[in-house]
Design a protein around this ligand. Structure first.
Ligand code: NCD
Length: 320
């Protein structure tokens, strides 16, 4: 049985205060230090069980949550939609009930529908972590991106960051815009009009349609994959034309300031949104993002299971 009867959740960056984000990022530093030890393991969550419940493909997010859980000595169980009874018609709610009854204290949920993690949180006593819900949010990705930027720059305040590509279908872009701006950065979205969300007017960002015009004035450039799995209509003329206008080629990378950082959440489509040379550029922190993903997820699991905090919407009552 789940032992975490009044579990908190981590569902999105939306609604989080700067101080809450900073607290998680500070704690992440401690877990990053543990990750550098010869035996990168502490007993903090011994006896607890973390379930990854993924209804969409994943390499980094899933493996880093599993690695994070094991480094905290938690047990892990995993469900992938493809290999589960969902394909036999079982409902999401029944599936969640089954996973919880195996003793999961935390459910790390990824699903193609926006809002799924919020729904799951209403059904279970376990702590729910949103590992990506459709085009909506991917909050742990935003935290690891902020951590990576802070690690290199000390703070995001005053940084000018371009997020380039398929903003419309990207949960990473949504969570990053919220987190980067909450921490004091200025964000410029760069995309063809068809790949911008209809509601972009209300976002705390500026918009540009030409990458070449913004490159020389950036502290960081964040490239996004075209989310083909979420695109049903023709939104770009062709991949070649898209790459022509928006790919971070070696020539474009040369026009970035010498200390600008290059980020990508992965998986990269080399030759489309970023060239192999730009991904391997000395200013690229793409692999740092992968490494930092484990430390950030250790911090989140620890805060939820080790200290019973509710990260979305403040502390659990009586906890502060
Ligand atoms: C992202 C995702 O799943 O939203 N990947 C990830 O978690 N590292 C981005 C993407 O799939 O393009």
């Amino acid at each position: 049985m789940a032992t975490n009867a009044s579990a908190g959740h981590f569902l999105g960056i939306d609604g989080m205060a700067r101080a809450d984000l900073e607290e998680i990022l500070e704690l992440t530093t401690t877990f990053a230090e543990i990750g550098r030890r010869p035996i990168p393991k502490v007993p903090a969550l011994r006896g607890r069980t973390v379930a990854t419940v993924f209804f969409e493909n994943s390499t980094r997010t899933r493996m880093s949550f599993e690695t994070a859980a094991r480094r905290l000595s938690a047990d892990t169980i995993a469900l992938s939609a493809g290999g589960s009874s969902l394909s036999k018609g079982e409902s999401l709610r029944d599936t969640i009930e089954v996973v919880t009854s195996y003793g999961a204290d935390a459910l790390v949920v990824r699903h193609p529908m926006a809002g799924t993690a919020h729904r799951v949180a209403a059904w279970t006593d376990a702590a729910v972590i949103n590992a990506g819900d459709g085009c909506h949010e991917h909050p742990t990705q935003a935290l690891l991106d902020c951590y990576t930027l802070r690690e290199r720059r000390g703070a995001l305040d005053g940084m000018r960051i371009a997020i380039v590509g398929d903003i419309r279908h990207s949960r990473v872009a949504r969570s990053d815009v919220l987190a980067f701006t909450a921490l004091g950065a200025e964000v410029v979205l760069v995309a063809p009009a068809t790949l911008l969300p209809p509601a972009v007017v209300g976002w705390p960002v500026t918009v540009a349609h030409e990458l070449d015009l913004v490159l020389s004035d950036l502290d960081a450039v964040y490239l996004l994959r075209i989310q083909h799995e979420r695109i049903t209509e023709g939104l770009i003329p062709s991949i070649r034309e898209y790459a022509n206008d928006f790919s971070l080629t070696p020539e474009r990378a040369n026009r970035l300031p010498t200390d600008a950082l290059i980020l990508h959440p992965g998986p990269t489509n080399l030759g489309v949104e970023i060239s192999a040379a730009a991904a391997a550029d000395s200013r690229s922190v793409i692999l740092d993002q992968v490494v930092n993903g484990v430390s950030v997820r250790m911090a989140i699991l620890f805060l939820l299971l080790g200290s019973n905090r509710n990260l979305t919407g403040g502390a659990v009552e009586g906890d502060r």
